[in-house]
Structure formats: C-alpha cells, structure tokens
Design a protein around this ligand. Structure first.
Ligand SMILES: [Zn+2]
Length: 253
C-alpha cells in the first residue's frame, strides 16, 4: 500500500510505494550483448537519510480527490490530490517534466477548488447530429442555426445550480457534462414552434427527447483548478527566516 510521509521540518514529502525497493535495470541501447546492469535503489532510504533527525509524520490521502488539468491519458501533466495529518489539510502536487522522468511530489499547505470557467452547448455536435439523422429530409441550415441559437440562449440564462451532473465519460477531468433542466427543455420545445412547423416540429421534438439525457444536448462545463495556500498571504521581509528554511539550511551542511 502507498504511504505518504511528510518531513515537518522541510515540508517535503515522500510517497512510499512498493516499487521504491525494486532495483532499476539500466538499458543499453548499443549493439552490445552485455547483460543489463542492475542499479540498487531504495528511494525511501535516501529520503530518510536526507531528513535524518527531522520530525516525520504520515499523511492520509483523501480518496476521490485526484484532479488534473490535462486528459486522463496524458502522461506528462500536473495533477493534485488532497491529504491530511488529521489537523491540517494539504494539497499534493504531482508532476514530471518529461515522460522518462520520475514523478515528483510537492506539498502545498492549503486546499484546491474547482472554479467554473464556462458552460456551453455542444453546437457543432448538435448540427452534425441533425444532418446525420435527417439525411433524407434535411432541415434548412437557417433552421438548424436558429435551433442552436435558441438552445444557446437557454443555456446562458438557466440556473446552473439546478442542473444535474451526468456521469458521461469525459476524457478530461475538468470537463463535466450536465443535463438540461426540465424547465429549460420545456422552454426549448415551446420556442421550437416558432422555428419548426408541422412534421418538422415532430421530428425536432423526437430529436430533443432522444438526446437530452446522454447525447448532444448535454451541456459541457469547463472548470479550472484554483489552489488556496495557507499563511502565504503576506510576503515576509527578507531578513526573516522561517523555521522551515532553517531546517533546510542545517540539513544541507
Ligand atoms: Zn527534513
């Protein structure tokens, strides 16, 4: 099991995983048939050595608190998760510069929150879906545009708090899908009478019912990660050295 250890003196952390004690095999990319060289590594022992005499504590990782800025499949990215020592809360920043570099962890005293940037309808997807489904009896482009404009207007004026989140598979942790509210849908249907007449209206009504729960009529919200640090509101004068910095200086000698 993973164990997260914090050095209180240095505010540095170490994530102890079962892999830390595995030897690392160094690969040679030459034509040589030399056997692989095994490098002994024990990162945890290195961490203990670097923080000898310091006060260490265990942090508990808060489940379901992982969030990152890029797609799940992206290997080089910054992600964050929450951890606590029971008294204070921390954000752990997990990152690596290049794909072949080991992961690094940084401790931030504070918390993160997700800030809504915008919520939009899926205009292109709606237009595409309308063209695909009504190939035999296509809607005039002007009506498709009017429908999208109407739906966009509803999305902009709707109360975000009343929208239901959909567990739609998103490839990005900061893109979340929401279902249009019943009030919004009723308004959409009523106003579609001004755009579509007769059979056309029946088609669009069916289309709305088909796609409102899991399809192109879902609203897509974009969020941003906001980190709030504790006790870093004021800049300290240069002459003031904190105990954390003292710990670091002592250790380096
Ligand atoms: Zn330390």
């Amino acid at each position: 099991m993973n164990q997260l250890i914090r050095c209180i003196n240095c505010d540095e952390i170490f994530l102890k995983t079962p892999y830390d004690q595995w030897p690392e095999y160094e690969c040679y990319s030459g034509p040589s048939s030399e056997p692989l060289r095994i490098i002994d590594r024990d990162d945890y022992q290195d961490f203990l050595k670097n923080h000898r005499g310091h006060q260490l504590e265990n942090l508990n990782i808060l489940e379901d608190s992982f969030v990152s800025e890029k797609d799940y499949s992206e290997p080089v990215k910054i992600s964050y998760f929450r951890a606590t020592n029971g008294k204070e809360r921390f954000v752990i920043k997990k990152f690596r510069g290049k794909i072949d570099e080991p992961l690094k962890y940084q401790l931030i005293a504070g918390d993160y929150s997700l800030k809504l940037l915008n919520i939009k309808i899926q205009s292109e997807e709606i237009a595409k879906q309308l063209r695909v489904e009504f190939k035999a009896t296509p809607f005039p482009q002007i009506k498709i545009d009017a429908f999208i404009k109407l739906y966009q207007h509803i999305a902009e004026t709707i109360d975000m708090k009343k929208l239901e989140r959909v567990s739609e598979e998103s490839h990005n942790p900061l893109e979340i899908y929401y279902k249009m509210s019943d009030i919004g849908l009723a308004y959409l249907l009523r106003n579609c009478h001004n755009i579509f007449k007769g059979q056309e209206y029946l088609y669009i009504e069916e289309f709305i019912h088909r796609h409102k729960d899991d399809g192109v009529l879902l609203l897509k919200a974009k969020y941003k990660i906001q980190i709030t640090e504790r006790g870093r509101m004021k800049k300290k004068p240069a002459s003031m050295v904190t105990s954390i910095e003292v710990g670091k200086i002592v250790e380096k000698k």
